[in-house]
Design a protein around this ligand. Structure first.
Ligand code: NAP
Length: 242
């Protein structure tokens, strides 16, 4: 059976990705900080799809913990086919209001986490001469967004990271791609005001927001053999916003 590690799997897009891979018979390693949510998901996935699920209650910015998680997962399954770096936060503020600790925190959670998990997982993917990594960026990292200098910086950096790592790992049969979602209905966007939501809606060609499942389907496609000749790419999934 194939295996996948998914960060930020307790809700939103990460949870939808977990269900998509479970439906396709993957054993899973799910990472987040909310133990109750991850336990509920684990029990439901095991019952509904008969797969094995390991959960890790850790902060993705923790380098040492990342190594422990990846080693533990590999010890259990002896292979890592897929890594999805999905965990992320927003901290919308105009630049003049961003403190040093705000900046350091978002860089750690959104960007250092990608370094952490790619570094430790790629060691095993290189060894097994196969694997696929998908990093979740954002359209903010491509076109920018007022109030998101810190968030957009992390999401742009993920694109540069993805393209570089794809070049490093291509010869080992490991593919690395990014997805840049637009406005997706999750807790992250739920907190925005109606005024801001409507201003986004006006700019979306399809005239509706995206669902977590619509991102999960694209993640699954990029990890499947149907995408076997795609690496180093950023796939925009935004209903035609940018
Ligand atoms: P969400 O509903 O807020 O979920 C975020 C996930 O990340 C949760 O599972 C959360 O789990 C986890 N997480 C956050 N900080 C963490 C930390 N320090 N350590 C471990 N896990 C952490 O957000 P979402 O909308 O699904 O977003 C998922 C990804 O898509 C993010 O990278 C986001 O930037 C990106 N994205 C979202 C949108 C959108 O419109 N929603 C658009 C573009 C890109 P815990 O709280 O349990 O730790």
């Amino acid at each position: 059976m194939k295996t996948a590690i998914i960060t930020g799997a307790s809700k939103g897009i990460g949870k939808a990705i977990a269900y998509k891979f479970a439906q396709n018979n993957y054993n899973l390693g799910l990472i987040a900080r909310s133990e109750t949510l991850l336990n509920e998901i684990k029990e439901d996935l095991k019952k509904s799809y008969g797969i094995e699920v390991l959960i890790y209650i850790v902060d993705v910015s923790d380098y040492k913990k990342a190594e422990e998680v990846v080693d533990d997962f590999y010890k259990r399954f002896s292979r890592i086919d897929v890594l999805v770096n999905n965990a992320g936060i927003t901290d919308d503020k105009f630049l003049v209001r961003i403190s040093e600790s705000d900046w350091d925190n978002i860089i750690s959670v959104n960007l250092k986490s990608v370094f952490n998990y790619c570094k430790f997982v790629s060691k095993y993917m290189i060894k097994q001469r196969s694997g696929v990594i998908v990093n979740i960026s954002s359209i903010s990292g491509i076109v920018g967004n007022a109030g998101q200098t810190s968030y957009a910086s992390t999401k742009s950096a993920i694109i540069g990271f993805t393209k570089s790592l794809a070049k490093e790992l291509g010869s080992r049969n490991v593919r690395v791609n990014a997805i840049a979602p637009g406005f997706i209905l999750t807790d992250m966007t739920e907190k925005l005001s109606e005024e801001i939501k409507n201003s986004y809606l006006d700019r979306i060609s399809l005239k509706r927001f995206g669902t977590p499942e619509e991102i999960a389907n694209v993640v699954y496609f990029l990890c499947s053999d149907d995408a076997s000749y795609i690496t180093g790419q950023v796939l925009v999934v935004d209903g035609g916003m940018i």
